[in-house]
Design a protein around this ligand. Structure first.
Ligand code: KIV
Length: 262
């Protein structure tokens, strides 16, 4: 999977299937499952680091996890997420940090926002760094919204999102993630753009879908948004396994003869 393939998928009306991954083990499982687009999301702040928001995720954490994922996969497209304050201060800083993510092994970077980041998107595109936009409920603006709330429900917000999507496309974005917006609005944006949209809580009409891996696997249950469908219950399985292990050690059942050397 390459960056130009994203466009080809839209033209061929083939769905883009994406998921997050933060380490080599899961990146390999994702690739083995045939999912060819991997986002090293700053959601790792919440699901890996146990923080309440993504705001304190650092560039060095993103570089570390991007390296782990990029090293593990063979043919997947790896998108590195730009953390809060890595691209907001200046265009120069944004370019430098985007470049560092590519040097860590990402094939493209993702950043949040519309018109306000268009100059960054354009500058990165001009020097050969592919950019994925991110609109709707952008988690780095959580305090601005007063919580993780659906965006684009009223006319003004909806029009703003459509305008932002067009601006990002014009600036050179290669795809746009649409998060937590009404399905009908996502459909309009998807139809009006030539670049693909990748939805998360944006209904079925986007050109692709992305989910946070630990949500999809039922590992992270602290906060489960409406748009998440858990395809497994790995947290419950892990809990059960660990409880059995504890009991067996306590009762002298583990290790048995088959786990012991003669
Ligand atoms: O950080 C992340 O995982 C994301 C997805 C929710 C799109 O940005």
């Amino acid at each position: 999977m390459t960056v130009p393939d994203l466009q080809r998928y839209k033209e061929d009306t083939k769905k883009i299937v994406a998921v997050t991954a933060y380490d080599a083990l899961f990146a390999r499982i994702v690739e083995q499952a045939g999912i060819e687009t991997i986002l090293v999301g700053d959601s790792l702040g919440m699901v890996v680091q146990g923080k309440p928001t993504t705001l304190s995720v650092t560039m060095s954490a993103m570089l570390y996890h991007t390296r782990l994922v990029a090293r593990a996969v063979r043919q997947s497209l790896v998108i590195g997420d730009m953390p809060f304050m890595s691209y907001q201060i200046s265009k120069e800083e944004a370019l430098r940090n985007a470049g560092r993510l590519l040097q860590a092994g990402a094939h493209a970077v993702k950043l949040e926002g519309g018109a306000v980041v268009a100059d960054r998107v354009e500058a990165m595109t001009n020097i050969g760094i592919p950019v994925i936009g991110h609109l709707g409920m952008t988690p780095q603006a959580v305090h601005q919204y007063g919580g993780y709330k659906v965006r684009g429900k009223d006319q003004h917000q909806a029009e703003q999102l459509i305008a932002d999507a067009k601006i990002l496309e014009q600036a050179g974005a290669r795809a746009i993630v649409l998060e937590a917006i009404p399905a009908r609005l996502a459909k309009i944006i998807t139809e009006q753009l030539t670049i693909p949209t990748i939805g998360i809580g944006a209904g079925p009409h986007c050109d692709g879908q992305v989910l946070v891996l630990y949500d999809l696997l039922g590992l992270f249950e602290d906060f489960v948004p409406k748009f998440v469908k858990p395809y497994a219950r790995l947290r419950a399985d892990a809990l059960h396994a660990l409880q059995r292990y504890k009991k067996e050690v306590e009762h002298g059942i583990f290790p048995g003869s088959s786990e012991s050397y003669t």
